[in-house]
Design a protein around this ligand. Structure first.
Ligand code: TRP
Ligand code: ZN
Length: 465
Protein backbone atom coordinates (compact mmCIF):
# COMPACT_ATOMS: atom_id res chain seq x y z
CA UNK A 1 0.00 0.00 0.00
CA UNK A 2 2.77 2.42 0.80
CA UNK A 3 4.84 1.41 -2.18
CA UNK A 4 2.88 3.07 -4.97
CA UNK A 5 2.70 6.29 -2.96
CA UNK A 6 6.33 6.39 -2.04
CA UNK A 7 7.73 6.05 -5.52
CA UNK A 8 6.58 9.38 -6.91
CA UNK A 9 7.88 11.07 -3.78
CA UNK A 10 11.25 9.47 -4.28
CA UNK A 11 11.27 10.48 -7.92
CA UNK A 12 10.53 14.07 -7.07
CA UNK A 13 12.94 14.26 -4.17
CA UNK A 14 16.00 12.59 -5.63
CA UNK A 15 15.66 12.54 -9.41
CA UNK A 16 19.37 12.10 -9.95
CA UNK A 17 19.54 9.00 -7.78
CA UNK A 18 16.45 7.55 -9.44
CA UNK A 19 17.83 8.24 -12.88
CA UNK A 20 21.01 6.39 -11.91
CA UNK A 21 18.97 3.45 -10.62
CA UNK A 22 16.94 3.33 -13.83
CA UNK A 23 20.14 3.59 -15.83
CA UNK A 24 21.43 0.46 -14.18
CA UNK A 25 18.21 -1.35 -14.99
CA UNK A 26 17.66 0.00 -18.52
CA UNK A 27 20.07 2.40 -20.18
CA UNK A 28 17.39 3.36 -22.69
CA UNK A 29 15.11 4.78 -20.00
CA UNK A 30 17.96 6.69 -18.40
CA UNK A 31 18.55 8.46 -21.67
CA UNK A 32 15.15 10.14 -21.32
CA UNK A 33 12.76 10.73 -24.23
CA UNK A 34 13.71 8.94 -27.42
CA UNK A 35 12.33 8.01 -30.77
CA UNK A 36 10.53 4.68 -31.09
CA UNK A 37 11.44 1.59 -33.08
CA UNK A 38 8.37 1.70 -35.30
CA UNK A 39 5.38 3.92 -36.06
CA UNK A 40 3.06 1.32 -34.59
CA UNK A 41 1.87 -0.41 -37.78
CA UNK A 42 0.44 -3.73 -36.57
CA UNK A 43 1.44 -5.54 -39.81
CA UNK A 44 5.04 -4.25 -39.79
CA UNK A 45 5.82 -3.23 -36.19
CA UNK A 46 9.41 -2.13 -36.89
CA UNK A 47 8.58 -0.16 -40.06
CA UNK A 48 9.26 3.55 -39.75
CA UNK A 49 10.28 5.22 -36.54
CA UNK A 50 8.63 7.55 -34.09
CA UNK A 51 9.90 10.96 -33.05
CA UNK A 52 10.70 12.76 -36.29
CA UNK A 53 9.67 13.38 -39.88
CA UNK A 54 12.00 13.42 -42.84
CA UNK A 55 11.46 16.39 -45.17
CA UNK A 56 14.10 15.47 -47.71
CA UNK A 57 16.46 12.65 -48.63
CA UNK A 58 19.63 13.38 -50.56
CA UNK A 59 21.00 10.01 -51.71
CA UNK A 60 24.41 9.66 -53.38
CA UNK A 61 24.99 6.10 -54.55
CA UNK A 62 27.59 4.27 -56.59
CA UNK A 63 26.80 0.79 -57.79
CA UNK A 64 29.11 -1.73 -59.38
CA UNK A 65 26.93 -4.48 -60.89
CA UNK A 66 29.92 -6.79 -61.45
CA UNK A 67 30.73 -6.89 -57.72
CA UNK A 68 27.14 -6.17 -56.60
CA UNK A 69 28.70 -3.48 -54.46
CA UNK A 70 26.91 -0.34 -53.30
CA UNK A 71 28.58 2.72 -51.77
CA UNK A 72 26.13 5.16 -50.29
CA UNK A 73 25.79 8.42 -48.54
CA UNK A 74 22.35 9.49 -47.32
CA UNK A 75 21.69 12.96 -46.01
CA UNK A 76 18.29 13.30 -44.35
CA UNK A 77 16.78 16.63 -43.40
CA UNK A 78 14.34 15.98 -40.59
CA UNK A 79 12.34 17.60 -37.83
CA UNK A 80 11.93 16.27 -34.29
CA UNK A 81 8.30 15.77 -33.26
CA UNK A 82 9.38 15.29 -29.63
CA UNK A 83 12.56 15.79 -27.64
CA UNK A 84 15.05 13.22 -28.90
CA UNK A 85 18.09 11.96 -27.11
CA UNK A 86 18.18 9.08 -29.54
CA UNK A 87 16.30 8.01 -32.66
CA UNK A 88 16.16 5.09 -35.09
CA UNK A 89 16.44 4.77 -38.83
CA UNK A 90 15.55 1.58 -40.71
CA UNK A 91 18.45 -0.12 -42.50
CA UNK A 92 18.67 -3.78 -43.46
CA UNK A 93 22.16 -5.22 -44.02
CA UNK A 94 25.07 -3.09 -45.36
CA UNK A 95 27.87 -1.71 -43.24
CA UNK A 96 27.56 1.74 -41.73
CA UNK A 97 30.88 3.57 -41.61
CA UNK A 98 29.80 6.85 -40.07
CA UNK A 99 26.87 8.91 -38.84
CA UNK A 100 26.76 12.63 -38.19
CA UNK A 101 23.96 14.77 -36.81
CA UNK A 102 24.28 18.44 -37.75
CA UNK A 103 27.84 17.71 -38.91
CA UNK A 104 28.90 16.39 -35.49
CA UNK A 105 29.90 12.75 -35.15
CA UNK A 106 27.07 10.73 -33.60
CA UNK A 107 27.15 7.38 -31.85
CA UNK A 108 25.29 4.54 -33.57
CA UNK A 109 24.59 0.86 -33.20
CA UNK A 110 22.78 -1.76 -35.24
CA UNK A 111 19.90 -3.78 -33.83
CA UNK A 112 18.28 -5.89 -36.56
CA UNK A 113 16.74 -3.45 -39.04
CA UNK A 114 17.10 -0.56 -36.59
CA UNK A 115 20.02 1.84 -36.94
CA UNK A 116 20.03 3.50 -33.53
CA UNK A 117 21.56 6.98 -33.56
CA UNK A 118 22.55 8.93 -30.45
CA UNK A 119 23.42 12.53 -31.30
CA UNK A 120 26.02 14.33 -29.21
CA UNK A 121 23.31 16.71 -27.94
CA UNK A 122 19.62 16.02 -27.45
CA UNK A 123 17.35 17.49 -30.14
CA UNK A 124 14.55 19.58 -28.74
CA UNK A 125 11.00 19.10 -29.95
CA UNK A 126 10.29 20.96 -33.20
CA UNK A 127 13.94 21.34 -34.13
CA UNK A 128 15.16 20.77 -37.68
CA UNK A 129 18.22 18.55 -37.97
CA UNK A 130 20.43 16.91 -40.57
CA UNK A 131 21.58 13.30 -40.41
CA UNK A 132 24.31 11.98 -42.69
CA UNK A 133 24.96 8.23 -42.95
CA UNK A 134 27.77 6.69 -44.99
CA UNK A 135 27.48 3.02 -45.74
CA UNK A 136 28.60 0.29 -48.12
CA UNK A 137 28.23 -3.36 -49.01
CA UNK A 138 26.17 -5.79 -51.06
CA UNK A 139 22.48 -5.02 -50.58
CA UNK A 140 20.41 -7.98 -49.42
CA UNK A 141 16.76 -7.99 -50.51
CA UNK A 142 14.21 -8.66 -47.78
CA UNK A 143 11.86 -11.62 -47.88
CA UNK A 144 8.38 -10.42 -47.01
CA UNK A 145 5.88 -12.33 -44.87
CA UNK A 146 4.24 -13.51 -48.14
CA UNK A 147 7.56 -14.93 -49.37
CA UNK A 148 8.14 -12.27 -52.04
CA UNK A 149 11.42 -10.42 -52.45
CA UNK A 150 11.71 -6.69 -52.27
CA UNK A 151 14.35 -4.04 -52.11
CA UNK A 152 17.56 -3.93 -54.12
CA UNK A 153 17.29 -7.10 -56.25
CA UNK A 154 20.30 -7.86 -58.48
CA UNK A 155 19.66 -8.63 -62.16
CA UNK A 156 22.05 -9.89 -64.85
CA UNK A 157 22.89 -6.30 -65.85
CA UNK A 158 22.20 -4.21 -62.73
CA UNK A 159 19.47 -4.18 -60.12
CA UNK A 160 15.66 -4.05 -60.01
CA UNK A 161 14.82 -1.71 -57.14
CA UNK A 162 11.34 -1.81 -55.64
CA UNK A 163 10.53 -1.36 -51.97
CA UNK A 164 6.94 -2.37 -51.22
CA UNK A 165 6.32 -2.86 -48.40
CA UNK A 166 9.71 -3.06 -46.69
CA UNK A 167 12.59 -2.94 -49.15
CA UNK A 168 13.61 0.74 -49.14
CA UNK A 169 15.79 -0.02 -46.11
CA UNK A 170 17.87 -2.47 -48.18
CA UNK A 171 19.50 0.43 -50.03
CA UNK A 172 19.16 3.57 -47.90
CA UNK A 173 18.56 4.42 -44.25
CA UNK A 174 14.95 5.51 -44.08
CA UNK A 175 11.95 6.31 -42.01
CA UNK A 176 10.46 3.33 -43.77
CA UNK A 177 6.70 3.74 -43.45
CA UNK A 178 4.21 5.49 -45.79
CA UNK A 179 3.07 7.82 -43.00
CA UNK A 180 6.27 9.80 -43.69
CA UNK A 181 6.54 11.41 -47.14
CA UNK A 182 9.53 13.40 -48.34
CA UNK A 183 11.14 14.95 -51.40
CA UNK A 184 14.23 13.23 -52.82
CA UNK A 185 17.44 13.98 -54.69
CA UNK A 186 19.40 11.10 -56.19
CA UNK A 187 22.94 11.16 -57.52
CA UNK A 188 23.59 7.72 -59.01
CA UNK A 189 26.90 6.62 -60.47
CA UNK A 190 27.18 3.42 -62.52
CA UNK A 191 29.64 2.03 -65.07
CA UNK A 192 29.46 3.72 -68.47
CA UNK A 193 26.92 1.90 -70.63
CA UNK A 194 24.53 1.30 -67.73
CA UNK A 195 21.62 3.58 -66.88
CA UNK A 196 20.43 4.39 -63.36
CA UNK A 197 16.79 5.43 -63.22
CA UNK A 198 15.14 7.01 -60.21
CA UNK A 199 11.93 8.95 -59.59
CA UNK A 200 10.99 12.38 -60.87
CA UNK A 201 12.90 14.52 -63.34
CA UNK A 202 16.37 13.84 -64.78
CA UNK A 203 18.51 16.89 -63.95
CA UNK A 204 21.76 15.81 -65.57
CA UNK A 205 23.75 12.92 -66.95
CA UNK A 206 27.54 13.06 -67.20
CA UNK A 207 30.16 10.51 -68.16
CA UNK A 208 33.78 10.69 -67.03
CA UNK A 209 36.51 8.09 -66.47
CA UNK A 210 34.28 5.21 -67.50
CA UNK A 211 31.42 6.08 -65.16
CA UNK A 212 28.13 7.84 -65.71
CA UNK A 213 26.38 9.90 -63.05
CA UNK A 214 22.63 10.50 -63.21
CA UNK A 215 21.00 13.17 -61.06
CA UNK A 216 17.27 12.80 -60.42
CA UNK A 217 14.88 14.98 -58.45
CA UNK A 218 11.55 13.94 -56.96
CA UNK A 219 9.88 17.13 -55.84
CA UNK A 220 6.43 16.02 -54.71
CA UNK A 221 6.40 14.15 -51.38
CA UNK A 222 7.00 10.41 -51.72
CA UNK A 223 6.81 7.42 -49.38
CA UNK A 224 10.14 5.57 -49.07
CA UNK A 225 8.74 2.35 -50.55
CA UNK A 226 8.03 4.15 -53.83
CA UNK A 227 11.64 5.20 -54.36
CA UNK A 228 13.68 3.41 -57.03
CA UNK A 229 17.21 3.54 -58.41
CA UNK A 230 16.94 0.76 -60.96
CA UNK A 231 20.16 -0.01 -62.85
CA UNK A 232 20.59 -1.83 -66.14
CA UNK A 233 21.36 -1.65 -69.83
CA UNK A 234 18.39 0.33 -71.04
CA UNK A 235 17.11 2.01 -74.16
CA UNK A 236 15.91 5.43 -73.18
CA UNK A 237 13.10 7.52 -74.62
CA UNK A 238 12.23 11.04 -73.41
CA UNK A 239 9.45 13.44 -74.33
CA UNK A 240 7.09 16.00 -72.84
CA UNK A 241 3.33 15.45 -73.07
CA UNK A 242 0.90 18.08 -74.35
CA UNK A 243 0.08 18.89 -70.73
CA UNK A 244 3.76 19.42 -69.81
CA UNK A 245 4.48 16.13 -68.02
CA UNK A 246 8.09 14.99 -68.55
CA UNK A 247 8.18 11.36 -69.64
CA UNK A 248 11.29 9.18 -69.30
CA UNK A 249 11.08 5.53 -70.31
CA UNK A 250 13.93 3.06 -69.79
CA UNK A 251 13.51 -0.31 -71.47
CA UNK A 252 15.68 -3.43 -71.39
CA UNK A 253 16.39 -4.06 -75.11
CA UNK A 254 15.31 -7.70 -74.68
CA UNK A 255 11.84 -6.45 -73.69
CA UNK A 256 11.67 -3.62 -76.22
CA UNK A 257 9.58 -5.29 -78.91
CA UNK A 258 6.92 -6.42 -76.47
CA UNK A 259 6.97 -3.15 -74.51
CA UNK A 260 6.80 -0.69 -77.42
CA UNK A 261 3.08 -0.93 -78.33
CA UNK A 262 2.08 -0.68 -74.65
CA UNK A 263 4.38 2.23 -73.75
CA UNK A 264 3.13 4.08 -76.83
CA UNK A 265 -0.22 4.28 -75.03
CA UNK A 266 1.15 5.91 -71.86
CA UNK A 267 0.14 9.48 -72.88
CA UNK A 268 -3.39 8.37 -73.72
CA UNK A 269 -3.66 6.40 -70.46
CA UNK A 270 -2.46 9.47 -68.53
CA UNK A 271 -5.05 11.59 -70.34
CA UNK A 272 -7.84 9.10 -69.80
CA UNK A 273 -7.06 8.69 -66.09
CA UNK A 274 -6.70 12.47 -65.64
CA UNK A 275 -10.17 12.80 -67.12
CA UNK A 276 -11.53 10.37 -64.54
CA UNK A 277 -9.42 11.02 -61.42
CA UNK A 278 -8.42 14.67 -61.89
CA UNK A 279 -5.14 16.32 -62.78
CA UNK A 280 -2.12 13.97 -62.87
CA UNK A 281 -0.42 14.57 -59.49
CA UNK A 282 3.25 14.72 -60.59
CA UNK A 283 5.46 16.66 -63.02
CA UNK A 284 7.17 13.51 -64.30
CA UNK A 285 6.02 10.14 -65.61
CA UNK A 286 7.36 7.12 -67.45
CA UNK A 287 8.22 3.47 -67.09
CA UNK A 288 11.17 1.24 -66.30
CA UNK A 289 10.82 -2.05 -68.15
CA UNK A 290 13.44 -4.44 -66.82
CA UNK A 291 14.04 -8.14 -67.26
CA UNK A 292 13.89 -9.52 -63.71
CA UNK A 293 12.11 -12.88 -63.79
CA UNK A 294 12.97 -13.56 -60.14
CA UNK A 295 10.72 -10.66 -59.04
CA UNK A 296 7.28 -11.63 -60.30
CA UNK A 297 5.53 -8.28 -59.90
CA UNK A 298 5.52 -4.67 -61.02
CA UNK A 299 5.55 -1.73 -58.63
CA UNK A 300 4.02 1.73 -58.91
CA UNK A 301 7.31 3.52 -58.06
CA UNK A 302 6.37 7.19 -57.96
CA UNK A 303 6.22 8.91 -61.35
CA UNK A 304 7.86 5.90 -63.00
CA UNK A 305 6.56 2.37 -62.33
CA UNK A 306 9.05 -0.46 -62.58
CA UNK A 307 8.04 -3.62 -64.48
CA UNK A 308 9.85 -6.95 -64.17
CA UNK A 309 9.11 -7.59 -67.88
CA UNK A 310 7.15 -5.88 -70.66
CA UNK A 311 3.73 -5.07 -69.17
CA UNK A 312 0.41 -5.66 -70.83
CA UNK A 313 -1.90 -2.67 -71.24
CA UNK A 314 -3.97 -3.58 -68.22
CA UNK A 315 -0.88 -3.58 -65.97
CA UNK A 316 0.16 -0.19 -67.37
CA UNK A 317 -3.32 1.15 -66.56
CA UNK A 318 -3.06 -0.35 -63.05
CA UNK A 319 0.36 1.11 -62.17
CA UNK A 320 -0.58 4.47 -63.66
CA UNK A 321 -3.78 4.59 -61.58
CA UNK A 322 -1.63 4.03 -58.49
CA UNK A 323 -0.03 7.42 -59.13
CA UNK A 324 -3.31 8.90 -57.82
CA UNK A 325 -4.27 6.07 -55.48
CA UNK A 326 -1.33 4.91 -53.37
CA UNK A 327 1.35 7.37 -54.44
CA UNK A 328 -0.28 10.81 -54.22
CA UNK A 329 -2.84 9.61 -51.65
CA UNK A 330 -0.82 7.37 -49.34
CA UNK A 331 -1.67 4.75 -46.79
CA UNK A 332 -1.60 5.46 -43.09
CA UNK A 333 -1.46 1.76 -42.24
CA UNK A 334 -0.74 -1.30 -44.42
CA UNK A 335 -4.06 -2.79 -43.33
CA UNK A 336 -5.74 -0.24 -45.65
CA UNK A 337 -3.91 -1.59 -48.72
CA UNK A 338 -7.21 -2.03 -50.59
CA UNK A 339 -7.20 1.79 -50.93
CA UNK A 340 -4.24 1.20 -53.27
CA UNK A 341 -4.95 -2.13 -54.92
CA UNK A 342 -8.74 -2.05 -55.05
CA UNK A 343 -8.65 1.36 -56.74
CA UNK A 344 -5.90 0.47 -59.23
CA UNK A 345 -7.75 -2.75 -60.09
CA UNK A 346 -11.02 -0.90 -60.58
CA UNK A 347 -9.19 1.46 -62.95
CA UNK A 348 -8.47 -1.63 -65.08
CA UNK A 349 -12.16 -2.54 -65.08
CA UNK A 350 -13.14 0.98 -66.10
CA UNK A 351 -10.51 1.05 -68.83
CA UNK A 352 -11.85 -2.18 -70.32
CA UNK A 353 -15.42 -0.88 -70.09
CA UNK A 354 -14.59 2.33 -71.93
CA UNK A 355 -12.33 0.73 -74.55
CA UNK A 356 -14.53 -1.95 -76.03
CA UNK A 357 -13.87 -4.65 -73.43
CA UNK A 358 -16.02 -6.17 -70.72
CA UNK A 359 -18.21 -3.83 -68.69
CA UNK A 360 -17.32 -3.45 -65.03
CA UNK A 361 -20.61 -5.19 -64.28
CA UNK A 362 -19.53 -8.19 -66.34
CA UNK A 363 -16.18 -8.32 -64.51
CA UNK A 364 -18.01 -8.05 -61.21
CA UNK A 365 -20.47 -10.79 -62.16
CA UNK A 366 -17.73 -13.18 -63.27
CA UNK A 367 -15.97 -12.75 -59.93
CA UNK A 368 -19.19 -12.93 -57.95
CA UNK A 369 -19.92 -16.31 -59.54
CA UNK A 370 -16.96 -17.85 -57.74
CA UNK A 371 -18.07 -20.29 -55.02
CA UNK A 372 -17.97 -19.33 -51.34
CA UNK A 373 -14.90 -21.54 -50.79
CA UNK A 374 -12.85 -19.61 -53.38
CA UNK A 375 -9.79 -17.67 -52.15
CA UNK A 376 -11.47 -14.46 -53.32
CA UNK A 377 -13.66 -14.64 -50.22
CA UNK A 378 -10.86 -15.59 -47.80
CA UNK A 379 -11.07 -12.27 -45.97
CA UNK A 380 -12.83 -8.90 -46.29
CA UNK A 381 -10.96 -6.32 -48.38
CA UNK A 382 -10.49 -3.94 -45.45
CA UNK A 383 -8.98 -6.54 -43.14
CA UNK A 384 -6.23 -8.74 -44.65
CA UNK A 385 -5.34 -9.93 -41.15
CA UNK A 386 -1.56 -9.74 -41.50
CA UNK A 387 1.30 -8.55 -43.68
CA UNK A 388 1.37 -12.00 -45.30
CA UNK A 389 -1.95 -11.30 -47.11
CA UNK A 390 -1.65 -7.71 -48.30
CA UNK A 391 -1.17 -8.69 -51.96
CA UNK A 392 -3.79 -11.46 -52.03
CA UNK A 393 -6.81 -11.65 -54.33
CA UNK A 394 -9.36 -10.25 -51.85
CA UNK A 395 -7.34 -7.00 -51.60
CA UNK A 396 -7.32 -6.53 -55.38
CA UNK A 397 -10.51 -8.15 -56.63
CA UNK A 398 -12.84 -7.81 -53.65
CA UNK A 399 -11.40 -4.31 -53.20
CA UNK A 400 -12.46 -3.46 -56.76
CA UNK A 401 -15.82 -5.17 -56.19
CA UNK A 402 -16.33 -2.89 -53.18
CA UNK A 403 -15.93 0.13 -55.45
CA UNK A 404 -18.30 -1.39 -57.97
CA UNK A 405 -20.86 -1.97 -55.22
CA UNK A 406 -20.40 1.67 -54.23
CA UNK A 407 -20.91 2.78 -57.83
CA UNK A 408 -24.07 0.69 -58.06
CA UNK A 409 -25.38 2.21 -54.82
CA UNK A 410 -24.69 5.89 -55.58
CA UNK A 411 -24.81 6.01 -59.38
CA UNK A 412 -22.09 6.78 -61.94
CA UNK A 413 -21.98 10.53 -61.49
CA UNK A 414 -21.69 10.52 -57.71
CA UNK A 415 -19.20 7.63 -57.88
CA UNK A 416 -16.83 9.45 -60.22
CA UNK A 417 -17.24 12.62 -58.17
CA UNK A 418 -16.16 10.65 -55.07
CA UNK A 419 -13.05 9.19 -56.75
CA UNK A 420 -11.95 12.52 -58.12
CA UNK A 421 -12.66 14.51 -54.94
CA UNK A 422 -10.88 11.88 -52.83
CA UNK A 423 -7.72 12.17 -54.96
CA UNK A 424 -7.94 15.95 -54.82
CA UNK A 425 -8.65 16.29 -51.09
CA UNK A 426 -5.77 13.99 -50.10
CA UNK A 427 -3.27 14.93 -52.85
CA UNK A 428 0.36 14.63 -51.63
CA UNK A 429 -1.05 13.33 -48.35
CA UNK A 430 -2.71 10.38 -46.72
CA UNK A 431 -6.07 8.68 -46.39
CA UNK A 432 -7.63 5.93 -44.31
CA UNK A 433 -10.45 3.50 -44.98
CA UNK A 434 -12.62 5.19 -42.34
CA UNK A 435 -12.04 8.58 -43.99
CA UNK A 436 -13.00 7.16 -47.38
CA UNK A 437 -16.21 5.71 -45.98
CA UNK A 438 -17.20 9.07 -44.45
CA UNK A 439 -16.16 10.88 -47.59
CA UNK A 440 -18.33 8.67 -49.82
CA UNK A 441 -21.30 9.12 -47.49
CA UNK A 442 -20.88 12.88 -47.35
CA UNK A 443 -20.54 13.32 -51.10
CA UNK A 444 -23.37 10.96 -52.02
CA UNK A 445 -25.66 11.90 -49.15
CA UNK A 446 -26.35 8.18 -48.66
CA UNK A 447 -25.98 5.90 -45.66
CA UNK A 448 -23.34 3.43 -46.83
CA UNK A 449 -22.54 1.78 -43.50
CA UNK A 450 -24.08 -1.55 -44.51
CA UNK A 451 -22.29 -1.62 -47.86
CA UNK A 452 -18.85 -0.94 -46.40
CA UNK A 453 -19.45 -3.24 -43.43
CA UNK A 454 -20.32 -6.10 -45.77
CA UNK A 455 -17.58 -5.63 -48.38
CA UNK A 456 -14.72 -4.27 -46.31
CA UNK A 457 -15.18 -5.59 -42.80
CA UNK A 458 -17.23 -8.82 -42.77
CA UNK A 459 -15.78 -12.26 -43.50
CA UNK A 460 -17.36 -14.53 -46.10
CA UNK A 461 -19.01 -14.07 -49.48
CA UNK A 462 -21.39 -11.11 -49.34
CA UNK A 463 -25.00 -11.29 -50.49
CA UNK A 464 -25.48 -9.88 -53.97
CA UNK A 465 -25.65 -6.06 -53.79
N1 TRP B 1 1.77 -3.02 -55.58
C1 TRP B 1 2.15 -3.86 -56.67
C2 TRP B 1 1.03 -3.72 -57.69
O1 TRP B 1 0.00 -4.32 -57.59
C3 TRP B 1 2.34 -5.29 -56.34
C4 TRP B 1 3.38 -5.67 -55.37
C5 TRP B 1 4.35 -4.93 -54.78
C6 TRP B 1 3.56 -6.98 -54.87
N2 TRP B 1 5.10 -5.69 -53.96
C7 TRP B 1 4.64 -6.94 -53.99
C8 TRP B 1 2.89 -8.18 -55.11
C9 TRP B 1 5.06 -8.08 -53.33
C10 TRP B 1 3.30 -9.32 -54.45
C11 TRP B 1 4.37 -9.26 -53.58
O2 TRP B 1 1.09 -2.95 -58.55
ZN1 ZN C 1 -1.23 -2.50 -57.55
Amino acid sequence: MTHPRRRPVLLAAVPVAVAALLAAADPALAAGPTGTRGVGDPYFPLAGNGGYHVGHYDLTLRYDPARKHLDGKAVLTARATRRLTRFDLDLHGLKVTGVTVDHAKAAFRRDGQELVVTPRHALRKGRAFRVAVTYAGTPQPVTDPDGSLDGWIPTDDGAFVAGEPQGAMTWFPANNHPTDKSSYDFTLTVPEGRTAVANGVLLSRRTAHGKTTFRWRQTEPMAAYLATATVGKFRVEQYTTRTGVKVYNAVDPREATAAAPVLKKLPSVLDWESGLFGRYPFRAAGAIVDRAPQVGYALETQTRPVYDSAPDLSTLVHETAHQWFGDSVSLTTWKDIWLNEGFASYAEWLYAEQHGGKTAQQTFDALYARPAADGLWAFPAGNPGSGANIFDTPVYARGAMTLHALRTAVGDRAFLRILRAWADAHRDGHGTTAQFEHFAERLSGKDLDGLFRTWLHTAGKPDRP
